[in-house]
Design a protein around this ligand. Structure first.
Ligand SMILES: [Zn+2]
Length: 373
């Protein structure tokens, strides 16, 4: 059982952003690896605090966590192992290094003491993936082509001597309060800690080239238009001793020919003729994974909604499927021949043709209320 994120940071659920940040900073400093060398339990606590902070500092993730708990992030599958449930030290320093960086010399330089070098993280790449409703309902693996910056073959870097590979320089100023130390980005290497040593002809000024790459992305069932998935380390690389950024995949949902999506439910407009409504009929519905036959009893009313349980979209969190709601529309003929006209005129006053709704024929508003309950 995973420990509650609020408990890990020692705060209440009502803590605001500033309090969350403050609590994390305190925990991170307490369990910082530089302060607790070779202490595995401190490192574990340090990682747990970072994991908790990563979620609680992000309003979207926090909302998800508050609603679903750890389940919101576990078992969603296919997120490329991004972020949750086991952050590594590089992730922690690249994401939150600035929070406690200044408290330890070297601005987040991890490794302590002897020659620990800072690893820079490359920039993120962003792509859009268009998905059909079928792909969303079933989950899909997509191969996408991206242009990534990578270090050119044969390139080499050496440690920046200005900052000793730390990427930051400490400045000491004398103030009325005494000597103040502050860190700023190294002007020689612009923060990378590395200087280009040998540059191949085709490389740019940082020793990088652009390369075509194909990335396979596992998209879980139930994603929503606008949602972003992260594939770790499939973004641009950075010069020197670095880790690549991430590939951010934005989901775009393509419109379906027959089905309208509303959260996890699907809607289908069925049109039947007046005669079919009177006599009853079986009809094939275009559901998400093929046709489904439904039976309409004789005398079915226009506006009736049939609910096909579980024929909707799976929940992204794995809590079952939505439903398919079939809206019955009775098509009223717009033109009639002479015989048809006579037939209907004859029945204008026939009691079988006079509306007589029963209690079970719910009004439109009651049906809508049912749908959302
Ligand atoms: Zn430097």
């Amino acid at each position: 059982m995973k420990k509650d994120f609020y408990e890990i940071l020692g705060i209440s659920k009502s803590a605001d952003a500033a309090a969350i940040k403050k609590a994390y900073r305190k925990k991170a400093l307490e369990h910082h690896p530089d302060k607790n060398p070779d202490d595995k339990s401190a490192e574990e606590k340090f990682k747990l605090a970072a994991e908790a902070y990563e979620v609680l500092s992000d309003p979207n993730k926090k909302a998800k966590y508050d609603q679903y708990g750890h389940q919101a992030f576990d078992g969603s599958g296919g997120f490329g192992g991004g972020g949750h449930g086991g952050m590594n030290m590089d992730d922690i320093f690249s994401q939150f290094g600035d929070i406690f960086g200044s408290a330890f010399g070297g601005g987040g330089g991890f490794g302590g003491g002897g020659g620990g070098q800072r690893r820079t993280k490359g920039s993120n790449l962003r792509i859009k993936v268009k998905l059909t409703l079928e792909e969303i309902a079933n989950g899909v693996e997509k191969k996408v082509k991206v242009k990534r910056k990578v270090q050119a073959p044969g390139v080499s870097y050496r440690t920046c001597s200005t900052c000793n590979g730390q990427g930051q320089v400490m400045r000491v100023t004398n103030t009325i309060l005494g000597r103040m130390q502050s860190a700023s980005t190294c002007p020689t290497c612009a923060g990378s800690g590395q200087i280009l040593d040998k540059k191949p002809a085709e490389a740019d000024s940082q020793g990088m080239i652009t390369e075509d790459d194909t990335v396979s992305i596992k998209i879980p069932a139930g994603v929503v238009d606008g949602m972003q998935l992260k594939v770790s380390n499939k973004g641009n690389d950075a010069p020197g001793n670095s880790v690549p950024g991430d590939l951010i995949v934005a989901i775009e949902e393509l419109e379906h020919q027959f089905l309208k999506r509303e959260g996890e439910n699907l809607h289908y407009d069925l049109y039947i003729s007046f005669s079919e409504a009177v006599l009853g009929i079986s009809k094939d519905i275009e559901a998400i994974n093929g046709k489904v036959r439904i039976k309409l009893e004789e005398g079915i009313q226009s506006g009736k909604i049939l609910r096909l349980k579980g024929k909707g979209i799976p929940s992204i969190n794995g809590y079952g499927n939505g439903d398919l709601l079939v809206h019955v529309n009775v098509w009223t003929p717009k033109t009639l021949n002479k015989d048809q006209k006579q037939f209907f005129e004859k029945n204008l006053t026939d009691e079988n043709f006079i509306p007589n709704p029963e209690k079970s024929d719910k009004s439109f508003f009651e049906k809508v209320k049912d749908m959302f309950s």
